[in-house]
Design a binder for this molecule. Structure first.
Ligand code: AKB
Length: 313
């Protein structure tokens, strides 16, 4: 059985990843770590960890007997534009520490990249797996450097590094913070709470998205995949849907006919969104490890609204 250490375990992905991993591998085999203290309602091994503290990261991984590292702690795109130096130190410092600890302790390694690793000169439609990557955001610079570092640790040290490029992730459990795609989560909350939403992303701006259950399954499937079939290993394009604000609004309207949408564009997040692809091509992930997404926009909307309704009541 795997012994998995997760950083950023209280973040948007981490908080659900922990539950998924504990159901697959056993509660005692998954160590959740985060810079904040865990909600007392959550059960299982938990330790406080600042990912920029390499010694503590090493000690926790060693004491737990971890054989797998899932490094999720990172600052998202919009927040990273506010604080670029802090983003560099946290995103790159945390990743280097996680890679080094994993090398020293011979651990399998996962970290997510993002559609943010692409830039304005990247082909916008059906963005290929291997293509031009000249991002114009600090987050994107971090993600490209991270993808290259993970490849480097595989080629140089033979480390079993694996990763995906996630699109915007949508979930009813933990809310994202500081991302550009967060509107596609906020909209469901506001639809139920106020019956209307003002989008900070302009009409017509397409971005890739995925429902969290598909994202979590993708992580497990990639980590379990036969290594001999992996040509890319890191930064696989994965996506389930591509939409623009009026399309998610139309999907919500099918469930809440009185729902109304308005726009008040935030220039910073709009500029980031404009620099990202409209839709990425996940063929390499499908061919090399059988990536599959089960939720399209309407199926996700029905599930999101029904789960959120229970949560908000
Ligand atoms: C963000 O918007 O920053 C993230 C991402 C696409 O990486 N959700």
């Amino acid at each position: 059985m795997k012994k998995i250490m997760v950083t950023g375990a209280l973040g948007q992905i981490g908080s659900e990843l922990i539950t998924k991993l504990r159901s697959e591998y056993g509660t005692e085999n998954v160590l959740a770590t985060d810079i904040r203290r865990m909600d007392s309602a959550t059960e299982g091994p938990f330790e406080i960890l600042d990912v920029t503290d390499a010694n503590n990261m090493h000690a926790l991984a060693k004491d737990f007997g971890a054989d797998t590292m899932m490094h999720m702690a990172a600052l998202l795109s919009a927040k990273a534009e506010d604080e670029p130096l802090f983003a560099w130190n946290l995103n790159m410092g945390g990743l280097m520490n996680a890679l080094e600890v994993s090398r020293e302790l011979d651990m399998q390694f996962f970290t997510p990249s993002s559609i943010g690793a692409f830039g304005p000169s990247t082909p916008k439609k059906d963005t290929p797996q291997d293509t031009l990557q000249r991002p114009t955001t600090m987050y994107g610079v971090n993600k490209v450097a991270g993808e290259l570092l993970c490849d480097y640790y595989f080629h140089k040290f033979g480390m079993d590094t694996r990763g995906v490029r996630f699109p915007g992730l949508i979930s009813y459990v933990a809310q994202p913070g500081g991302g550009t795609t967060d509107y596609a989560v906020d909209i469901y909350y506001k639809a139920l709470e106020e019956g209307k939403y003002t989008s900070y992303i302009a009409e017509g701006t397409r971005m890739d998205m995925m429902y969290m259950p598909d994202a979590l399954q993708a992580i497990v499937d990639l980590m379990e995949a036969d290594p001999t079939k992996l040509i890319h290993r890191n930064a696989f394009n994965v996506t389930a849907m591509s939409f623009e604000p009026s399309e998610i609004a139309a999907s919500i309207k099918k469930q809440i006919p009185t729902f109304e949408m308005a726009y008040d564009v935030d220039p910073v997040r709009q500029a980031i969104a404009d620099s990202w692809p409209d839709s990425i091509d996940p063929t390499a992930a499908i061919n090399e490890w059988g990536f599959k997404a089960n939720y399209d926009l309407d199926k996700m909307t029905v599930d999101m609204l029904s789960k959120l309704k229970i949560k908000l009541n």
